[in-house]
Design a protein around this ligand. Structure first.
Ligand SMILES: Cc1ncc(COP(=O)(O)O)c(C=O)c1O
Length: 394
């Protein structure tokens, strides 16, 4: 029987297709099956087993077949030694923070992050566990350096950041973190490993919400933490076995299937989002359009250095007009769906109103209502026509 052994020497698309997959030894199927079991056979004498171990298949909360295959694929795509997959992107964030941080530690984190990172670091860990934290505009390196304290254990960034698309210099932040004896974690969800691989730029931990581009079809949730084995060992046991944020075998299988077409899909997301962003930027009704691939984006040069071949599918933009005009605009769209999440096959738009408690932390143009648009895989011409028709109706 053939054994493929696809490793990091192969191209990204080859790794996306074959990574984590082998011929099933029992049936000869050329696809890994879904193993819908929550328990695995014990050895003759299990009395010496470590029930909290996350090494090997024992109970699906400790680790299971489909999780393992997906971990292999994702580690290959990110070029990391190891990967832990969990039930959601938030399970990955909370698993990382819970495993790494102790009372009295200090965290520097970005002013632009997914809301759960803000709640976890800015409120929950601070108030419940006395983990200190400082919110910083991480696009400003001097501000990051000034925020470092002797007890800083972690710098957490998101780039491009949700929802503003602000870009943080990963290599510079890795250097700042390591000089201070701290670790750097990077939420890479907006970029996906096709466009950006933070571990290659010095990040210690990479977070992905697999719910988004990596699965790509809007039908499963998952999350991943990637990095060196020695840094992930403790996290794997804590986040899976003790916190229990395990991904189901079926969702792991769905995400593994979705990830096969990641390079094809990302190429289209990159191309269509650039076309849509260029269109939006030129419309008189549009107050601003932010996309890392636009020359007008404040961190475009940094994005060009660390993102390749493209800049992803996420755009933020605002209209001239009041709150109601923004709501009317969304109601008129015929192709783009008004719903949360991102990175799906279909385009998704969210109106982020003026009462978001974090708006004072964002650059000035984001301090009144604006949209987050996830450009999907429809014909770019249809998306542009949809946006154009909705703009012109007032
Ligand atoms: C950048 C980013 N990180 C993490 C998450 C959380 O992922 P999940 O919804 O899979 O828990 C999201 C969700 O939107 C996100 O946008």
């Amino acid at each position: 029987m053939q054994e493929k052994h696809i490793d990091g020497t192969f191209g990204f698309a080859t790794r996306a297709v074959h990574g984590g997959n082998e011929i099933d030894a029992e049936t000869g199927a050329i696809r890994r099956p879904i193993t819908m079991a929550n328990s695995y056979a014990l050895p003759y004498d299990p009395s010496e087993m470590n029930w909290s171990s996350a090494n090997g298949n024992l109970y699906t909360r400790n680790g299971g077949a489909n999780q393992g295959y997906l971990q292999q694929k994702l580690a290959l795509l990110h070029g990391t030694q190891d990967c832990v997959v969990l039930a959601s992107g938030v399970a990955a964030l909370s698993g990382l923070y819970f495993s790494l941080l102790q009372s009295g530690d200090h965290v520097v984190f970005s002013n632009v992050t997914y809301i759960a990172a803000y709640r976890l670091l800015g409120e929950l860990f601070k108030n419940k566990f006395q983990v200190q934290s400082t919110l910083v505009d991480t696009t400003d390196l001097a501000a990051v350096r000034a925020a470092i304290r002797p007890n800083t254990k972690l710098i957490h960034i998101e780039t491009p950041g949700n929802p503003t698309t602000g870009v943080t210099d990963i290599a510079a932040l890795a250097q700042i973190a390591h000089t201070a004896g701290a670790r750097l974690s990077v939420d890479n969800t907006f970029a996906s490993p096709f466009n950006q691989r933070p571990a290659e730029l010095g990040a210690d931990y990479v977070i992905e919400s697999l719910t988004k581009y990596i699965n790509g079809h809007g039908d499963a949730m998952g999350g991943a933490i990637l990095g060196k084995t020695e840094l992930l060992e403790g996290i794997r046991a804590q986040a899976q076995v003790n916190l229990g944020g395990t991904v189901s075998p079926f969702n792991a299988w769905l995400i593994m299937r979705g990830a096969v077409t990641l390079p094809l899909r990302m190429r289209q997301h990159n191309e269509s989002a650039l076309a849509v962003a260029r269109f939006l930027e030129e419309q008189p009704e549009v107050r601003f359009a932010a996309y890392p691939g636009l020359e007008s984006h404040p961190q475009h040069q940094i994005a060009r250095r660390q993102m390749s071949p493209g800049f992803g599918g996420m755009i933020a933009f605002g209209l001239h007009g009041d709150h109601d005009l923004h709501c009317r605009f969304v109601e008129r769209l015929r192709v783009i769906t008004s719903a949360v999440s991102l990175g799906h096959d279909e385009s998704l738009i969210v109106f982020l109103g003026e009462n978001d408690e974090r708006q004072h932390l964002y650059p000035a143009e984001f301090r009144c209502g604006f949209f987050r648009l996830s450009v999907g895989l429809e014909d770019a011409g249809d998306l542009i026509a949809d946006l154009g028709a909705a703009l012109r109706k007032d």
